[in-house]
Design a binder for this molecule. Structure first.
Ligand code: CO
Length: 151
């Protein structure tokens, strides 16, 4: 639909339309899950290759405090998830992310019910594929995790 419109619309209108797709509204719940704005599961987030940067907006739609049901968004290679989550669990004061961890592409702060945050990163950094987004609150990465797919 959008591509069809782009054929007949002006170039500037087209880039404006595509620029609007360079973000995703992710929700975190009291049930230790990520959902989309409609409450559906989010096994993957598609990142348009045409985007220079991509932003994930995280809103905690639950009521539990950050100390009991904290959520964030951390981006790493798939193979680094376990290590980053394990080391992150020891770093409560820094949003459960080890400071200056070179395996972390980007991460948001940790939030509780009713709060929101976001994380933005250059698409070039994940272009090779094989990257995940996950929550690094202790024991959350098993359920709160998905693929970042550039296409
Ligand atoms: Co969480």
């Amino acid at each position: 639909m959008l591509k069809k419109l782009c054929v007949i619309a002006s170039v500037s209108l087209c880039s404006a339309a595509f620029a609007a797709d360079c973000s995703f509204d992710l929700k975190g719940t009291d049930k230790m899950t990520y959902t989309d704005a409609k409450g559906a599961a989010v096994p993957k987030i598609v990142v348009p290759a045409s985007c220079k940067t991509f932003k994930i907006n995280l809103g905690h739609v639950g009521k539990m405090p950050v100390t009991g049901m904290g959520h964030n968004v951390v981006i790493t290679k798939s193979g680094d998830v376990a290590g980053v989550a394990t080391d992150g669990a020891k770093n409560k004061k820094t949003d459960y992310v080890k400071p200056n961890d070179p395996r972390v592409i980007a991460h948001s702060k940790m939030i509780g019910g009713g709060q929101s945050t976001s994380v933005e990163f250059p698409v070039a950094k994940i272009k090779g594929g094989g990257y995940k987004f996950f929550c690094s609150f202790p024991a959350h990465s098993g359920r709160m995790i998905g693929d970042l797919v550039v296409q």
